[in-house]
Design a protein around this ligand. Structure first.
Ligand SMILES: [Fe+2]
Length: 204
């Protein structure tokens, strides 16, 4: 078998995401995953971006949701072709170590790989030992945990441990945080709304 192209690896990832959503998602996920479920998406060429956290992704195998195995393998295969990024910098109060230990990549969104103006769907990865402080943003958001366990806080609800298979739903503008001091966490994130790449607000 020849070396698979970025386009093929990304198409495989997109298909694995669609399968995962169809078989495992709830109504909110199906709503926020509309572009995955509804036919053709336009693909654009996105420059891959490496990130120091990305090589650690295979370690999530040890704490993975069993039904996410195919999705995880598709993510690992496509990972070198994806643009792994961070939303913050040291001026936002995140230290260098934090910025080395977390990253996200879009698969669907306004900047590609597959274009959507209204939706963002991709992967978020935080290595063990991080605390994502309270923040809020305009788009509605779902974190669908596929590996690891974090202590999630959302709005006024008491903090709750969410592990593989858990679905965490944030309405627009709700303050939320994640304590990942005890475990790495890998999520599929699904966003719907406007200002899909606007930086989150943080508590003063
Ligand atoms: Fe969020």
């Amino acid at each position: 078998m020849g070396k698979m192209t970025a386009e093929t690896l990304q198409a495989n990832l997109l298909e694995a995401m669609a399968d995962f959503v169809r078989t495992g998602g709830d109504d909110n996920i199906h709503r926020l995953a509309a572009p995955l479920l509804n036919g053709e998406l336009e693909r654009i060429e996105v420059q891959p971006k490496d990130h120091p956290a990305a090589p650690h992704l295979p370690g999530m195998q040890d704490c993975l949701l069993p039904t996410a195995q195919s999705l995880f393998q598709a993510l690992l295969a496509a990972s070198p072709t994806l643009a792994w990024q961070v939303s913050y910098n040291v001026d936002d109060g995140f230290d260098e170590e934090y910025l080395r230990r977390y990253a996200w990549c879009d698969v669907i969104g306004p900047h590609g790989i597959y274009l959507s103006d209204e939706y963002r769907i991709g992967f978020g990865y935080w290595r063990e030992g991080l605390f994502y402080p309270p923040h809020a943003h305009e788009p509605e958001e779902i974190y669908w945990v596929i590996g690891g366990t974090g202590l999630f806080t959302s709005g006024d609800a008491p903090p709750a441990y969410k592990g593989p298979g858990s679905i965490v739903h944030h309405e627009p503008g709700v303050w939320h945080s994640i304590d990942m001091s005890e475990s790495s966490v890998l999520v599929v994130f699904l966003w719907k709304g406007r200002n899909l790449h606007k930086r989150s607000a943080f508590e003063a």
